[in-house]
Every structure is written in structure tokens, then in C-alpha cells.
Design a protein around this ligand. Structure first.
Ligand code: AHR
Length: 329
């Protein structure tokens, strides 16, 4: 295990991506890296959404396919649990640590501990906000800011001939998380130049269906028919909001436009059957195979780009019925 870790650290040193790991001075890059089973410690966010369930399943199956020994933990959406899990992986001397950070800030201390133990760290799905980006090797996942812009552009186009005001109720994801911060920022970037768009309410539903429903019920009580658009940061919250609107006698997808993110089967079903959601901006959870390949590359001393982006698109309601059978999650 020590040899495989050293190979990874030499790769990091070669790329100047990881000062602490790169301090190692062994001579033969990649030596002994291939003949040992790699152990990966993966600290997952939780099980908050259909997206997350699909992501977890694929991480597990891709590890099995790649013959990587996986240690898996579920942080139940709490940063302190994730930090505990990472510390436990350090204590267990795993070869590589990967995690999908619940929130963006507060990671330096534990990442420095991983570096001191010479264990490379890969970020997957969500990014972090650190000054010293050499604390991790690479980040594999979506561009959430671009996703937010895509949602905003769809709205701008949909309402291009409308007078306004267009009142938006925003269901935010987990407070402080990269997708919540960036999907909000992407929307603002697009609509800020057009005063007819107004965000009249914005609150976190924590990326869950129950959270989305509860927050939407409160929005309906406060704003009722004034709401023109629900901008939900994921499908689970959008589906919860749809339930709340229907229970209040409203018609989601018709008199209230619903913009959502992920493009899960649930989102597609809401668009295809009953036209209850208007557009779903794709965010792919199918990151397992890319992650395992990055883990192997790190262990083999191969260079990796600092950012590995996922390819994604936008699905309006009009394509939902024909596309639904091809959706993998
Ligand atoms: O980080 C990805 C986001 O987290 C997905 O949009 C959401 O469904 C999940 O919980």
C-alpha cells in the first residue's frame, strides 16, 4: 500500500499539484503501483435525492468493475460526519480518498491531514473553496454555474415577449453547497439585466422532496398566485413543490412555470406525463467510472487535469416523452 501511495505522490509532485505529496523523492515512477489492490475511501454526501442514489450506485459498481476496494460512508448531509469519515480513512491508511463535499468551505484542516499522511484526495461532484488547490489532485463533476445560466437562459427565452413582472420563487439546495451557490449565481447572472424578473422568495429545501414541498407550502401561503416561476435547484425539490402546488389547486407546468435541475427519470416523468415541469437542466451523477479511472491514474503516477468536466445539456418538456426511455438515472 505504501508503494502505491508513493507512486501517486510522485505523480502529484511531477505536476506540481500537490506540494506535500510531491516532497517524496522515489526514483521509479509507477513502480509496484499495478500489482496491489487499491483501497479507496469514499465519503458520500448522503442519500438526499434520486441523483445521489444513482451516484452512489455507480460509485459502488464502478469500484467493483475496476477491482478497487471501496470503503464507503454516508455523511447524512453533515460536514462534520464527512470530516470524521475522511479522518477515519486517513487512520486506516487507504491509498486514495475521494469525496463529494457537502458544502464548499471549511476543508483545509482535514485536507492538510490527508496531505501529511501522503494520501491523495480527489473531489467528485461538488467543488470546494480553498486557497491552496494543491490540497486535492483533481475535481471531477459538473459546472453548476453553467447549469444555473442554462436555467436562466431558458427562462429569458421563454419570457422574451412577456411584459412582466415575472415573479420567481427559488427553492435552493443545501445552504453553502456548490450546486446551491452556483445555480443561484448562474440565474442571477442571466436575469439581472432584465428588471421584469424578480426573485420574490428564496429558501433552502436541502435538496429533498420533503424539504421542497414544505418550503413551497410556505411560499404559497405568503405569495399564492403571484408566483409565476418555481426555480428548484433539483428534481426532488421540484417534485415536492409540484405536490404542494397541486394540493393548493394550482397547475404546475401551466400557470406556474417549473424549472429544475438533474434530469432524473422523476423529472422526466413530471414533464412527459402531465406536463408539470417545463424544463430540466441536466446534471449527471454517472461519475463512477471516471472516478475509478482517475484513482488508477493517480496510483500509477499518471498526470491528471485539475478539472474534469461532465458533459451536459438542457431538456425542455417538448422532448421529455421521447427521451425518457433512454434516461439512465
Ligand atoms: O451535487 C449535485 C446535487 O446534489 C444534485 O443536483 C442534487 O440532486 C444532489 O442532491
Amino acid at each position: 500500500m505504501a508503494n502505491t501511495r508513493r507512486a501517486a505522490c510522485r505523480a502529484l509532485g511531477a505536476l506540481a499539484m500537490c506540494a506535500g505529496f510531491g516532497a517524496l523523492t522515489l526514483a521509479t515512477p509507477g513502480a509496484h503501483a499495478e500489482d496491489k489492490q487499491i483501497t479507496l475511501g469514499f465519503a458520500q454526501v448522503g442519500a438526499e435525492s434520486a441523483w445521489r442514489t444513482a451516484n452512489t450506485e455507480l460509485v459502488k459498481s464502478a469500484a467493483a468493475d475496476a477491482k478497487i476496494k471501496l470503503k464507503f460512508s454516508d455523511a447524512q448531509q453533515k460536514q462534520e460526519n464527512q470530516i470524521k469519515a475522511i479522518r477515519s480513512y486517513i487512520a486506516q491508511k487507504v491509498d486514495v480518498i475521494a469525496f463529494s463535499p457537502v458544502v464548499e468551505s471549511g476543508w483545509e484542516p482535514v485536507l492538510r491531514e490527508a496531505r501529511a499522511a501522503k494520501i491523495p484526495v480527489i473531489l467528485t461532484d461538488r467543488n470546494i473553496d480553498v486557497k491552496d488547490t494543491s490540497l486535492y489532485v483533481t475535481m471531477i463533476g459538473s459546472d453548476f454555474l453553467e447549469e444555473g445560466r442554462r436555467g436562466g437562459k431558458w427562462l429569458a427565452d421563454h419570457y422574451k415577449d412577456a411584459q412582466g413582472p415575472i415573479n420567481i420563487a427559488e427553492l435552493q439546495g443545501t445552504v453553502g453547497s456548490a450546486p446551491a451557490n452556483d445555480r443561484h449565481a448562474g440565474l442571477i447572472e442571466v436575469i439581472k439585466s432584465d428588471p421584469k424578473f424578480k426573485i420574490i422568495a428564496s429558501q433552502s429545501g436541502d435538496f429533498t422532496l420533503a424539504g421542497g414541498k414544505q418550503v413551497m407550502e410556505a411560499f404559497i401561503k405568503s405569495y399564492g398566485n403571484k408566483i409565476n416561476v418555481v426555480y428548484a435547484h433539483n428534481d426532488d425539490m421540484a417534485l415536492g413543490a409540484i405536490q404542494a402546488m397541486e394540493e393548493a389547486g394550482m397547475h404546475p407546468g401551466k400557470d406556474v412555470v417549473v424549472v429544475s435541475f438533474d434530469a432524473t427519470k422523476g423529472g422526466f416523468q413530471a414533464m412527459a406525463a402531465g406536463s408539470k415541469m417545463n424544463v430540466d437542466v441536466e446534471c449527471s451523477p454517472l461519475l463512477g467510472p471516471q472516478l475509478m479511472s482517475a484513482v488508477k491514474d493517480v496510483m500509477a503516477g499518471k498526470p491528471l487535469p485539475k478539472r474534469i468536466l461532465t458533459e451536459e445539456t438542457v431538456f425542455p418538456m417538448s422532448v421529455a416523452a421521447q427521451t425518457l426511455p433512454t434516461r439512465k438515472y
